[in-house]
Every structure is written in C-alpha cells, then in structure tokens.
Write a protein that binds this ligand. Structure first.
Ligand code: G4P
Length: 528
C-alpha cells in the first residue's frame, strides 16, 4: 500500500451533532480526554462555573452558552487520526451545520435520554440522510432518571427513520447506573465515576451475562436485567456493518458523558466501524482520496477566530493526495497559485503549523478575504467539488450605522461576514444599503455583535421590503442584460459575486417567474 493509502486508511473524520443541551460539548471534551489529547477536562463551558470547553471560541458563545461557530479538532487514538468537527446546535445555524456535514464521513449523534428525539436532532438527521452519512448514536445522561431505553430506541426508529442496533445496554439508571452490558462482546463493564480524568473508568469487566459473579453483585436486579437483555436481543436488529455504512442503521451506545461512562466504546466504534475517507464528487469526475495529487475544498470560513490573531481562516477538507507545508496549490476560482506556508490545524484552541495532511484532514488557510465557501484547491487540475449549498434566506434586514464615518468598516465587515457564511449579504445594483439575509433570527444578533466587537461598528438592523430571494441564471448574456435592465431595482449581488433577485413577496416572485419563463430561479446555490 502506498503511504498515502495507509494514511487515508487510518483517518476518521466525523461531526458531532445534537439538539442543544444534550451534552455535545461535554462528550467532545471527554473524547479528547480519552484520546489523551487533553489532560484535564475544563468541565464544559460552565454557565455556572465560568470555565469553557476547549471548543468554545467566541465571546458570544461564552455569553449565550451556545456554540455559534463550528470548530475542528484533531487527535490520535489507537494509531488512527481522528478529525472531529463540532456543529452549532442552535437551529439558526443550520446552514453552517449543513456545510460542516458535507466535510465529514460519519456523524456522532448525542441524545439526551431524558428527553429523547428533539427538534434539532430531526433536522440534523435529515441533512445527514441527504448524503447517507453513517451515524453512531450515544444515549446520554444515564446518571439521571431517564426514559425507558426500549422506548428511546423505538422513538429513534420511528421518528428518525433509522434502524437501531444497540451495542451496549445500560444497567440501571440515575443513582443505580452501574455500567453497561456489551451485547457484541457478551461482557459487563462496571464503571467508576470519574469526572476530569480518564482514569479508573472500568472498575471491573465480567464476562458472560450468565456469570454467577453478577448474581453476587446484583442479587436483586440481575434477573430483570437478564430478561431485559433477552428481550432487547430478540426485538432489535443485530449490528450490520454494511447497513451502518449505508446510513440505514445506527449502532447505539448508552452512557453518561459527564461521568465518562461509555466514552471509550464510542471512540472504539468510530475507529472500528466508521468509514475512512471515500471518493468525492467533483465536476467532471470523482476524486479518490488515495490519488497522488492534492485537492480539497473550503466548507467554512471564519474571521477573527482568535482575537490574538485577527485573521480569517478558510477551513479546507483535504480530499486527495498529500498536503505539505510550503507546497504550491492552485486556487481554482481565481486561477491563482498560492504558497501554503502558514497553514494550520486545530487542537483545542491552540494552533499548530501543519507539516502534512491527507484526505479527511481539515487544514486552515489564513487569508485576507479572497477565499470563499465552496472554493476548490488542487495542484493544477481544473476540479470543482460539488454539493456545498447555500440556502435562499427567508429573513431580511438592512444594515444602517449610527456613525456615518464608519461606512467603510461596515461594508468591509459585512462583506467578510458574508463570505464567511455567518449571514448572506446582498449588495443592490441600485442603491447603497446592503441587504442581509438569514435563515434564523439569531444570525442578525450574532452579526450585530461581531460588527461591534471585531470591526468597531455599531449597526442597527431595520426591516426591508425584501421577502424572499432567488439566485438567477440565464441562457445567454443577452437575456441577462434584458433581465437586469428590466428589474435593476430588485437585483443584487451576494458576497460570492452571484446575481440574486430580491422579491417583495411570494406573489411578486411568482409573477416574475411567470414573466421570465426562461430565466432559472434557484432556491439554493451550490458552489461549483
Ligand atoms: P450541548 O453542547 O449539547 O449544548 O450540551 P453540554 O455539553 O453543554 O451539556 C448541557 C448540560 O448537560 C450541561 O449542564 C452539562 O453539564 C449537562 N450534561 C452533559 N452530559 C451529562 C451527563 O452525562 N449527565 C448529566 N447529568 N448531565 C450532563 P448545564 O447545567 O447546562 O451546564 P453546566 O453549568 O453544568 O456546565
């Protein structure tokens, strides 16, 4: 096997997804802890304690206790290289989450077992299903009184429409949660609570559900447990790797992230079962991860990520070949060579210089605003990775400023936040007020706060006459010129330079579509 093939085979790139508060941040931290990547858990972004999880970067996240920006962490585990991508849980950031999910090969879904399947989980799963992303499930918070485990599996199957294959089964819950029965290995793992360190996790391993040691330990509960396990084994699907890899079945683990219960089993499942990077679709052809030449695409841009650095980072998912520091690569949209000297990877909030990277890895390229979401890099071949969408926003505002002397800063800030994908920014062909489009209201709040903190601009957002937007494309330049002339006052250009029609109402949109039957109106824009 070539070195590249060996490196690809040991990579696992996954996103962690959940409804807010299910325990995503806690579990992320525990995964890092168990891999040895960090020594001491920061006891999660403490709303109470004031300490913050290693994946929380931005001021607004700290204030609101939500994860606004997705972050990327790389760590080693069992001779594998794991790339973990955090996703913002709040529904207002689903667009950003969607793009993160285009950059991974599998996902880890965290469910609060006291609550079951929640709204955001449903949406995230819909997104995963679009690409048949394999999903590992973690039922969290078994140290509390939670819902019946069988009922939880039923709910996942019925609502999320994915088969469940329980791999472990909880023994007790709340104060009596003692461990799990590992169905595949026929072993009982008894846990010892431990919060900050990965020490002393499994107190005892007992082989076989019929082992008399269990009767000694749980004289009162063992019979019920044996019955339950028999029932589960009879009623649920046995684990099937192929069904998992095609996104039809999810292996389910039970535990308590805060107490480290079940965390190692999750890591093992990711290494043993989750897929290594696979071929990716691009225009013209599919790109194999083991190809000799480097390629990758930008799935996320973040400005001013670290106040100490004040720069913008384009997050690139490597799709093939080998990235080496200092190598020349081509930025295809601009047809320009760049020398990648200062590329970074992300370990918690520290940045390290990358020497090399392979398919599945995420590298961060600092830039001054010339990179956009969806951009492809290669060693020269004209490739464009497909499937990274923008959604037409449904909420619109115009941005005004109190101090007119700051208009330049406002424009710069909005342009950058637009390219980053924090909000969509439309610059009218006629007129100067930029129109901001969002999928969720909270996005405006984030933008206002970031304009203030990062660009020193106090902006107010006012309502606008825009009700919906569509990107437009034409059969030829003549048609484009006619359309532009007729509808100039309703046309604008987004941060990626694409022409968009801003409709004042659904009816207005519909009438325009009817009047211009040959013009194509797009509700999503895909970078190509
Ligand atoms: P999120 O990223 O999915 O939003 O969830 P996060 O990890 O921040 O966890 C949400 C809350 O759930 C936190 O409590 C966290 O401590 C708690 N939690 C996470 N895992 C477990 C678990 O296994 N068992 C129990 N009982 N609780 C868990 P909080 O009170 O909102 O915040 P904090 O003040 O404790 O940090």
């Amino acid at each position: 096997m070539s070195i590249i093939a060996q490196e690809v085979a040991r990579r696992r790139t996954f996103a962690i997804i959940s409804h807010p508060d299910a325990g995503k941040t806690t579990l992320t931290e525990k995964l890092l802890l168990f891999s040895g990547a960090i020594q001491l858990a920061g006891t999660v972004k403490g709303k109470k304690s004031g300490r913050h999880a290693t994946s929380d970067w931005m001021e607004i996240e700290k204030q609101r206790g939500i994860s606004v920006a997705s972050s990327v962490m790389q760590f080693d585990y069992r001779d594998h290289i794991i790339n973990l991508l955090d996703t913002p849980g709040h529904q207002d950031f689903s667009e950003d989450t969607y793009r993160v999910l285009t950059a991974v090969d599998s996902a880890l879904m965290v469910i609060d077992a006291a609550k079951g399947v929640e709204d955001q989980t449903i949406k995230l799963l819909e997104v995963c299903r679009l690409r048949d992303t394999p999903i590992v499930t973690f039922m969290n918070k078994y140290d509390r009184e939670v819902r019946d485990s069988l009922e939880l599996l039923d709910e996942v199957e019925n609502i999320l429409k994915i088969q469940c294959a329980p791999i472990t089964w909880p023994i007790g819950m709340g104060k009596t949660f003692r461990g799990v029965y590992h169905i595949l290995r026929d072993e009982i793992l008894l846990f010892d609570a431990g919060q900050d360190s990965a020490q002393q996790l499994v107190n005892e391993v007992i082989s076989g559900i019929d082992n008399p040691r269990l009767d000694e330990l749980f004289p009162l509960e063992i019979e019920q447990l044996r019955n339950e396990i028999e029932l589960v084994q009879g009623a649920s699907h046995p684990f099937n790797l192929e069904a998992f890899l095609s996104g039809k079945q999810t292996p389910v683990f039970f535990g308590s992230a805060i107490n480290n219960f079940g965390v190692r089993e999750i890591l093992n499942a990711l290494v043993d079962w989750s897929p290594a990077p696979a071929a990716r679709h691009a225009t013209k052809r599919d790109v194999e991860p083991t190809e000799g030449k480097f390629s990758g695409f930008v799935f996320k841009i973040q400005a001013n990520m670290d106040p100490k650095h004040r720069d913008r980072i384009a997050f690139v998912r490597v799709c093939s070949g080998k990235f080496e520091r200092g190598m020349k690569m081509k930025h295809l949209r601009l047809n320009r060579d760049i020398a990648a000297n200062t590329v970074v990877t992300f370990m918690a909030h520290e940045r390290e210089q990358v020497e090399e990277a392979f398919a599945g890895d995420i590298i961060g390229i600092p830039n001054h605003g010339n990179m956009q979401i969806g951009d492809t890099f290669s060693e020269g071949e004209a490739l464009a990775f497909t499937g990274i969408p923008f959604f037409a926003p449904e909420l619109f505002k115009t941005a005004r400023i109190r101090n007119p002397l700051k208009i330049k800063q406002l424009q710069k800030g909005l342009q950058q936040l637009g390219e980053e994908g924090a909000v969509q920014v439309f610059k009218p062909l006629n007129g100067s007020d930029m129109v901001l489009g969002a999928v969720g209201v909270l996005q405006f709040e984030v933008v206002a706060s970031r304009l203030n903190n990062e660009y020193g601009v106090e902006a107010v957002f006012e309502s606008t006459s825009t009700a919906t937007a569509r990107w437009v494309s034409f059969k030829d330049n003549k048609q484009k010129a006619e359309f532009e002339k007729a509808l100039q006052h309703q046309l604008s250009v987004d941060a990626g330079g694409n022409l968009a029609f801003l409709a004042t109402s659904r009816v207005n949109l519909q009438l325009t579509q009817e009047r211009w039957p040959d013009v194509v109106f797009h509700a999503t824009r895909e970078h190509a």
